[in-house]
Ligand binder design. Structure first.
Ligand SMILES: [Zn+2]
Length: 227
């Protein structure tokens, strides 16, 4: 299963990607994460990028620029040649533009393969804002709570007395920040959804409030993907 995943921040995409990764025994690949590792000087185990390429990527990231599509694709090509991708992979955060979608298709077709499907986790902006802006975080242990349901229990406060009693709202969870990230996400899907729809590869799952309902939606959507 070679899958591209779309989902807004707060859509529950990460949880589903992790579950699908286990279910299909395929890795979840984020080019952003690979670049951050390279920047920290960590090679991805098994990857055979030359020092020149690693230095080039580090310099680009350090300058604040975006890594060019052709370079990203060559890194991705290297990553998916590893044995853990023999059953497929889940791409997360790439492609973001039609050009990236096209270079990805071209690279895969040269490798004799293709993207099987594109899964969109669809959640309304208002639901995401409600979900994320109600989130409160313990600054010390990182545990998160939601103002509409589970605030710290006595046991939580006992485990983390100084902090779980003094929750904060992280900047990332503030409404104006969430709205900006959602706008960026919609730009990506607005461009790429028609691209993959035209290929007959897009399937959509509606993210629900209850995890088991979302799982059912995702599994139903995944069953429509032809491999
Ligand atoms: Zn805590």
């Amino acid at each position: 299963m070679r899958l591209v995943m779309f989902g807004a921040p707060g859509s529950g995409k990460g949880t589903q990607a992790e579950r699908l990764s286990t279910k299909y025994n395929i890795p979840q690949i984020s080019t952003g994460e690979i670049f951050r590792s390279l920047k920290r000087g960590e090679q991805i185990p098994g990857m055979t990028l030359s020092k020149d390429v690693v230095d080039e990527i580090s310099n680009i990231i350090n300058s604040g620029a975006l890594v060019p599509d052709e370079l990203t694709i060559s890194v991705l090509k290297n990553r998916i040649s590893l044995p853990d991708c023999k059953n497929g992979f889940i791409l997360d955060g790439f492609p973001r533009t039609i050009n990236q979608g096209e270079v990805l298709d071209k690279m895969l077709s040269e490798e004799g393969t293709k993207i099987d499907g594109v899964l969109e986790i669809n959640v309304s902006d208002e639901a995401i804002i409600k979900r994320l802006s109600g989130r409160r975080t313990c600054p010390a242990c990182g545990k998160t709570y939601h103002i509409t349901d589970k605030l710290p229990t006595e046991a939580d406060k006992e485990a983390c007395p100084e902090h779980c009693a003094n929750l904060i709202q992280r900047d990332d969870d503030k409404e104006e920040v969430i709205r900006k990230r959602l706008a960026t996400y919609h730009e990506v899907t607005a461009k790429l959804k028609p691209y993959y729809e035209a290929q007959g590869k897009l399937v959509t799952a509606n993210g629900k409030e209850k995890l088991e309902d979302t799982i059912a939606e995702v599994d139903a959507a995944m069953s429509k993907i032809e491999q």
